[in-house]
Design a protein around this ligand. Structure first.
Ligand code: ADP
Ligand code: ASP
Ligand code: MG
Length: 815
């Protein structure tokens, strides 16, 4: 004989019940089966809500009751052939009338008792099992219904009664030993006391009913049919990448279910464990899928962690005081008091000094727990030996579970460092004595991030998901998105990086999609987005609270640069091509670096100097490995290099500047390039990254622009003044040419001093042949003495800048 249990979703409506019938029919062809059913999905909640309304004399209970009635009547009409309907309808209506009488009574006296609630709530399973059996019979199955109140006996702890196994075994043996039907349909969840009062086995208890029956009749197996394909590595509703665990041990399953894996009601394991009856968890909607097999020992081989589960709605209660040290019986009094008050403890941690004890308790019970404990220790509290309990709510417990965890070192280290890197604050830690479980108490709003972080760490073959929040989608930003779109497959397959663009914003609109925006038609999506707002953007990023979040700034805005600290403080990495933050006051540059370290959030800005060229990263590696930078010589402006490479006695200077701007090699306002401010920022950043404290005002700027050009405000005026002073620029050119030199705009740093300016470069100098918009940097260091370390290549342009940002993102991925 085999026991099959079908949960609420599996029997939620006629369509689903038809699937159940197919599964039952097929199973009953091989052996006799017991089919344990839940109430139609959601009906238990509805019954409880109806009773609650009646108990506060709220007339709306009638409407809810009507809804319950409709659900059942509709299901009968859809399932049972018209000829056989009236008998079934009459019976169900009679039951519903009885239920109404009970509710009317509760309404009349404005109260429900635990005993009455059990009676009311039992109608869910009593009705569903009746309807399902009638349907089976109408489909010519050899089926009968047996009311579980005549099979399972309990005490009278209403709401969650304890089973009397001896009495239950006797009743079940008598019944199942003689019944001749192939299928016996039994309501789950419901039982009765020795006094024949209706009792229930706790929410989710139909699993338990099935396990009890399976154990007493020594069934060949217990099948739990539900709406997911097994017990997953984490709740699939919270972790998209979770997958069904093919095989798991009773103890692992028990631990996972105890810590919140609702797919199996925790008490279910115990009865079948003793008899070693296998439990198979299967999906009613995908019956061909393997599901999860729960047996005595899993063959999880070397997998130390088998699953991750969590419980929301947890509070933390702390009891502290010197009066607890070495005083025998404190724990006894504590736990006795909680037990007497019927409060269950989810997790316990105690400091070795015994100076404090911390308990995880359901949010709903924690105030009660505090009052009970304060009362028990009232005397010690009055003497100041123990402090009154403190409580904190809105927490959650997250647990790693696995039989093999004990034989693997460093698991908790991995667990806590992964959580720490993602700014998940850990409030308390507990490890089961069996070492089958490590659990941590965290804030409830960090649960999703924590689950996904741990899942990624322990189950996803090190595929790391990076969540990008991109501000600025112009020239550089647009190219950047294009590059990600093109590379994402490669990154996933070769680097195990899964890059997801969660948000985009330009100055007009912003758009978010937690599942990742489409990189094919992001322009349209962005256009339809909400009005852009920097603060709202940040709040949304924070609220989403995704692991491995990276804020990408592709703007040149100082306001955006001003927001980096907020991101870093929330452990959100920052990648930017915007130079403003790193070239503003030294103190704020250093502050950002400190924040990055403190919150383990990388702050990367490779593209601030030389676009995609690996200049800053190389410099960092030199410094980190103990080298010392003595001198830097560089041509750092792709724009100025382009301009001076193309400017000669045949062209007008202002035309060349205009061409450079039109081809996207300059800032929209070319004066920023021509005035040298952009190069000043770059050499400043290189000096700072070399370990020198320097401000922008410390840099000498030997401008080649006439005073009048510098003073212009509008871009057109700037061009006009360039035109006006064309003679000045021609002179600059001819002077250099007469010496056989070329004009290059050079940045130099030496002995703690920096300057920028136009220089005459002779033919034998490495800068002489610098083409187009290329950049070049020479690092003279303690190690590179005779010949400097040279980095040279394209140093401007949207495509290379985008690739530099991309490289920073990949650095974070490999971090
Ligand atoms: P039923 O009504 O069939 O008894 P439940 O709702 O009680 O179903 O349990 C199934 C649900 O358990 C799933 O839909 C899923 O949301 C939740 N769940 C939580 N943790 C896990 C897990 N680790 N594996 C599978 N399901 C889980
Ligand atoms: N119907 C009950 C509940 O919703 C029991 C169960 O479905 O397992 O809790
Ligand atoms: Mg369930």
């Amino acid at each position: 004989m085999k026991v099959l249990k079908f949960g609420g979703t599996s029997v939620a409506n006629a369509e689903n019940i038809k699937l159940v019938k197919e599964i039952a029919r097929e199973a009953s062809e091989k052996e006799k089966i017991v089919v344990v059913v839940s109430a139609l999905g959601g009906v238990t909640d509805l019954l409880l809500q109806t009773a609650q309304l009646a108990s506060v004399q709220d007339e709306n209970y009638r409407e809810k009751l009507q809804h319950i009635e409709d659900r059942h009547i509709d299901t009968i009409r859809d399932l049972i052939p018209p000829g056989a309907q009236s008998k079934v309808l009459a019976q169900v209506k009679k039951s519903l009338n009885d239920l109404e009488t009970l509710l009317d009574g509760a309404f009349m006296i404005g109260e429900t008792t635990a005993k009455l609630l059990d009676k009311i709530v039992s109608y869910g399973e009593l009705l569903s099992s009746f309807i399902i059996n009638e349907y089976f019979v109408s489909e010519a199955l050899d089926s009968i219904r047996k009311d579980s109140r005549f099979l399972i006996k309990t005490n009278e702890d209403y709401g969650k009664a304890s089973v009397d196994f001896r009495a239950t075994a006797e009743l079940c043996e008598n019944y199942f030993g003689t019944v001749t039907y192939r299928i016996i349909v039994v309501p789950g969840f419901v039982a009765s006391s020795g006094n024949r009062n209706t009792t229930t086995l706790g929410r989710g208890g139909s699993d338990y009913s099935a396990a009890i029956i399976a154990a007493v009749i020594e069934a060949s197996s217990l099948e739990i049919w539900t709406d997911v394909s097994g017990m997953y590595t984490a709740n699939p509703k919270w972790v998209k990448q979770a997958f069904a665990i093919p095989n798991i041990s009773y103890k692992e399953a028990l631990e996972l279910s105890h810590f919140g894996a609702k797919v199996l009601y925790p008490p279910t394991v115990q009865p079948v464990l003793d008899k070693e009856i296998p439990i198979q968890i299967k999906n009613t909607f995908k019956p061909s899928e393997e599901g999860t097999l729960i047996t005595k020992s899993s063959n999880g081989k070397n997998k130390p962690v088998r699953g991750i589960s969590h419980i929301n709605n947890v509070g933390l209660l702390s009891l502290e005081g010197t009066g607890m040290i070495g005083v025998p019986g404190v724990s006894k009094r504590l736990f006795e008091a909680l037990s007497l008050a019927g409060i269950s403890v989810i997790l316990i941690t105690q400091a070795s000094s015994e100076h404090s004890i911390c308990l995880g308790i359901s949010n709903d019970e924690i105030e009660n727990a505090r009052d009970v404990i304060d009362e028990v220790f009232a005397f010690e509290i009055s003497l100041g030996k123990i402090r009154p309990c403190t409580i904190e709510k809105k927490l959650a417990v997250i647990a790693l579970v696995g039989d093999n965890m004990k034989s693997h070192q460093g698991l908790s280290g991995k667990m806590f460092s992964a959580l720490g890197k993602n700014n998940v604050n850990i409030r308390a830690i507990a490890q089961g004595a069996s070492e089958r479980n490590i659990s941590a108490v965290i804030n409830e709003n960090d649960v999703k991030k924590a689950l996904n972080t741990l899942h990624e760490r322990f189950f996803e073959d090190h595929v790391k998901q990076l969540n990008l929040f991109v501000m600025g989608v112009g020239n550089v930003g647009g190219k950047f998105l294009g590059q990600i779109s093109k590379q994402c497959k490669y990154l996933r397959e070769q680097l195990q990086l899964n890059i997801r663009v969660v948000a985009l914003s330009n100055s007009r609109t912003m758009v978010f999609n937690e599942e990742g925006l489409s990189l094919e038609n992001w322009e349209q999506e962005l256009q339809k987005g909400d009005k852009a707002n920097r603060e709202d953007f940040f709040s949304k990023v924070k609220e989403l609270n995704l692991r491995n979040s990276i804020f990408v700034d592709n703007t040149a805005s100082d306001e955006v640069a001003g927001s980096y600290s907020s991101y870093l403080k929330n452990s959100i990495a920052v990648v930017t091509c915007n130079k403003i933050a790193c070239s503003s006051a030294f103190e704020s540059y250093i502050d950002l670096k400190k924040l990055a370290r403190k919150y383990s959030a990388p702050f990367l800005f490779e593209t601030n100097v030389g676009a995609g060229l690996p200049i800053i990263d190389t410099l960092k590696n030199l410094i980190a490995s103990g080298d010392q930078v003595n001198k830097i010589q560089a041509v750092l402006s792709g724009s100025l290099n382009f301009i001076f490479n193309n400017f000669n006695d045949k062209a007008s200077f202002s035309d060349i500047v205009e061409q450079a701007r039109d081809e996207g090699y300059t800032e929209p306002d070319p004066k920023i390039d021509l005035s040298g401010i952009d190069v000043m920022r770059k050499i400043l950043i290189l000096a700072r990254e070399s370990g020198y404290e320097m401000e922008i005002d410390d840099i000498k700027n030997e401008s080649f622009l006439p005073e009048e050009c510098i003073k212009t405000e509008a871009v057109e005026d700037f061009f006009a003044s360039l035109n006006k002073h064309s003679g000045h620029f021609e002179k600059l050119y001819s002077k250099a040419e007469s010496k056989g030199c070329r004009l290059k705009y050079v940045a130099q740093f030496e002995k703690g001093k920096a300057k920028v300016g136009l220089q005459h470069i002779p033919a034998d100098h490495p800068f002489y042949n610098l083409e187009g918009k290329d950049n070049i940097v020479l690092f003279h260091t303690d190690r590179y003495t005779d010949q400097p370390l040279i980095i040279k290549g394209a140093g401007a342009g949207a495509e290379v800048t985008a690739s530099g940002i991309f490289a920073d993102i990949i650095r974070i991925g490999n971090f």
